[in-house]
Design a protein around this ligand. Structure first.
Ligand code: GDP
Ligand code: GDP
Length: 438
């Protein structure tokens, strides 16, 4: 479940986005109704010969003068070092080896993270080989020649990347403690929540350094149960550029969500729900994690008897792609309802890993079909033969039908709603795979 994280680092214009798009390309799952998430995409789930990993492009904001380039690259490299399991360091054969490359290479070498040195724009390997060898001088190993634009050399590069996966100490498989990521924009109260929970439960076990990434996990015991909180708040990058701060917060979110079972999306009650909240929520949704929406700073809101109702509607409206999410109104400052979070986490985990028997599922599907006729097209009507649950976390169902084309999104949604009516599955997304059986 726990996927490795691979980050691309390199100067502006070496071809990072081109490589990212070449690898992610069609594999980016476009979730139509997740606003903001598919725009400015900087992370993607990649499948390569049975290896799954999350790719992050740390590049982005283009600095406009050369002295900024180096500091920007250091920043990028540090993010990669903090968050990634393997780093792709990209250089450009056309620009050749430059001083900034050497400085960043030093930084990466000292981090002791696996680094794959890639030389891009080698559009003609035979002609440019000598130039590629020059990059040995960086002292971080063998340069892999690629052309991102022509998509050549990518297989060899991915082989090198995935070679490192076997030795990664990813999450211990026998560790069945629930892992919870507290995510949200800067200043919504993530640290305050974690501090309050760990401080007042008076049972902090330890601050253990997390796996191969430098994230700090916090163990919390509550009512005799153990939980691991994954910190996304700890690492704060100083930057004056708003887009940059948001970008770092997205990268931190992706890496934390990846490791979590349940994601608590914290929203600032004073500010209200924003587009950036929707982006962050979209990451949890796309990763199929259990979700709790925590509206924090509830103490600071003037309330009447309609406030909760109105606020919930607003949240539901903006986060319309996750109607299954539970909403809580909390205050890290006063502690109001904060400890109910543990009950909610237990509840969501239960639903996230719930299995329903095939027989019962088919009864529900048959009833649903009888109540609302499946769609038809050009005289051919959709037939639903059989449904079965094939996975948990998130619950995943396969429906066998006569013709995939006829299974409209809206009819799948209808079946989903019927399943939810029967079993709840609150707090967890559900996935549906449609297969044809002739
Ligand atoms: P980034 O700033 O590192 O993300 O770089 P981009 O991906 O935006 O690429 C910068 C420029 O290099 C663009 O004009 C690309 O078309 C070009 N480029 C990228 N990869 C290659 C390549 O393999 N060969 C050549 N000749 N040009 C490339
Ligand atoms: P983070 O960046 O998401 O980790 O946010 P912090 O935990 O650092 O909190 C940002 C600011 O919001 C701080 O000034 C906190 O004191 C304040 N804050 C956090 N939780 C609450 C709350 O429940 N109520 C109020 N009124 N302020 C809060």
């Amino acid at each position: 479940m726990n996927k490795p994280i691979v980050a691309i680092v390199g100067r502006p214009n070496v071809g990072k986005s081109t490589l990212f798009n070449a690898l992610a390309g069609q594999m980016i799952s476009i979730v139509k109704d997740t606003p903001g998430v598919t725009r400015d995409r900087i992370y993607a789930d990649i499948d390569w010969l049975n290896h799954q990993f999350t790719l992050i492009d740390t590049g982005g904001i283009e600095p406009d003068s050369s002295d900024i380039i180096l500091s920007q690259m250091r920043e990028q490299a540090q993010i990669a070092i903090d968050t990634a399991d393997v780093i792709i360091f990209m250089t450009d054969v056309k620009q050749g080896l430059i001083d900034a490359d050497a400085k960043v290479a030093d930084m990466l070498r000292r981090s002791r993270k696996p680094v794959i040195l890639v030389v891009n724009k080698v559009d003609n390997y035979n002609k440019m080989m000598a130039d590629v060898f020059e990059f040995y001088n960086l002292g971080i190993g063998e340069p892999i020649a690629i052309s991102a634009a022509q998509r050549s050399g990518l297989g060899d590069m991915l082989d090198k990347v995935t070679e490192h996966f076997a030795s990664l100490k990813l999450e211990a498989e026998d560790d069945d403690r629930p892992r919870i990521a507290i995510v949200g924009k800067p200043n919504v109260g993530k640290s305050s929540i974690i501090n309050k929970l760990t401080g007042e439960s008076r049972v902090i076990v330890s601050n253990i350094a997390g796996t191969t990434r430098d994230a700090i996990d916090t163990d919390v015991k509550w009512n005799g149960r153990e939980y691991v909180f994954i910190d996304t708040a700890g690492l704060r990058r100083k930057s004056k550029v708003k887009e940059e701060i948001e970008k770092y917060s997205i990268i931190r979110t992706v890496t934390a969500v990846e490791r979590a079972d349940v994601v608590v999306i914290v929203i600032d009650a004073i500010e209200g729900v924003t587009e950036q909240d929707a982006k962050i929520a979209g990451i949890a949704h796309e990763n199929g994690k259990g979700v709790i929406i925590a509206v924090n700073k509830w103490d600071a809101i003037e309330k009447n008897d309609k406030t909760v109702y109105e606020y919930s509607n607003k949240v539901r409206q903006i986060l319309s792609f996750m109607p299954y999410a539970e909403i809580m109104f909390i205050s890290a400052l006063t502690g109001q309802r904060l400890y109910k979070l543990f009950d909610m986490i237990d509840f969501v985990i239960e639903n996230h890993s719930m299995r329903v028997e095939t027989g019962i599922l088919n009864e529900i599907m048959a009833e649903a079909v009888a109540m609302q006729q499946p769609p038809s097209d050009k005289g051919k009507r959709l037939k639903l033969f059989y449904i079965t649950q094939v996975a948990v976390k998130p619950p995943t169902f396969v429906i066998f039908v006569n013709d995939k084309e006829l299974m409209h999104f809206s009819y799948t949604r209808y079946i989903e709603n019927k399943i939810r009516e029967a079993f709840g599955f609150k707090g967890t997304p559900l996935r549906f795979i449609i297969r044809e059986r002739k």
